[in-house]
Design a protein around this ligand. Sequence first.
Ligand code: HEC
Length: 119
Amino acid sequence: MTRILSVTAALLLAACSDSDSPNSAPTASADTAEPRSGALLYRQYCVNCHGSGAAGAPQVGKDHRLYWSHEVEEEGFDTLVQEAIHGINAMPPRGNCYDCTDEEVRQAVLYMLQLSAAK
Ligand code: HEC
């Protein structure tokens, strides 16, 4: 008889700790909504082509300042961002960062221009 009681107690305890878990649900999802920095995205995606000039991509860096300054002057920053988002010729949409938001692509373009010291 005592034995059955203690089993029931154990089951009750188990049920108790189960019903606790919804309260301690992880709240990590708030973090993933943070936009990633342009520097991070550049190193993860854009550098593959723009670091080396692979696929005919215009290279990034101070040596290429004139190219990028000219692009900004001729096309404007917003147009460059639009081209990066939608792709142009061998430039893939969003630089292959499929889950990048428009704002994240914009930050990556900004970072590329900063690396190139473009005006
Ligand atoms: C698969 C190679 C590749 C990757 C990855 C890539 N690009 Fe490009 N990108 C290109 C090529 C090629 C061009 C030149 C396109 C053209 O004008 O013909 C280009 C051009 C550009 C231009 C200039 C467009 C213009 O008007 O000249 C911008 C801005 C740009 N890329 C941004 C980015 C950003 C930001 C990323 C990362 C999120 C990225 N690219 C990733 C290949 C790449």
